[in-house]
Design a protein around this ligand. Structure first.
Ligand code: FE2
Length: 120
């Protein structure tokens, strides 16, 4: 998937979100590459280094996901619904949330209340 923008004249918020999503794609790709190399490496010391690097990329990806959760209400809603849950994910998907994320043009959250969200 391309990490370029497809539209011109993006708002600052949309541009920031694009950068975070593109960076997340890159981190996830790095995790996959490292994981594949860990899987096939015959050298245990190299395997350890590759696994360490893979896990560092997981930290980077998770930081980006948290940033996206803070600024995009749709991510916040879905993460609250699915993350750290147990049981059937498809059953959870069928449950309508009591509070739906407000829908704006791009699903962008207001960055004005960002400071308040970060404290919660
Ligand atoms: Fe990274």
């Amino acid at each position: 998937m391309s990490s370029g923008t497809i539209e011109t004249g993006l708002s600052r918020e949309a541009h920031d979100i694009h950068q975070a999503l593109a960076s997340l794609q890159e981190e996830l790709e790095a995790i996959d590459y490292y994981h594949q190399r860990v899987d096939v490496s015959d050298d245990e010391s190299l395997k350890d280094v590759l696994a360490h690097n893979r896990d560092d990329e997981m930290e980077h990806a998770t930081m980006l996901m948290e940033w996206l959760r803070r600024v995009m209400p749709g991510f916040d809603l879905q993460m609250r619904k699915f993350l750290f849950s147990t049981g059937s994910l498809t059953a959870l998907a069928a449950v309508k949330a009591a509070t739906q994320a407000p829908r704006t043009g791009l699903g962008l959250g207001s960055l004005q209340g960002k400071e308040n969200k970060e404290q919660s």
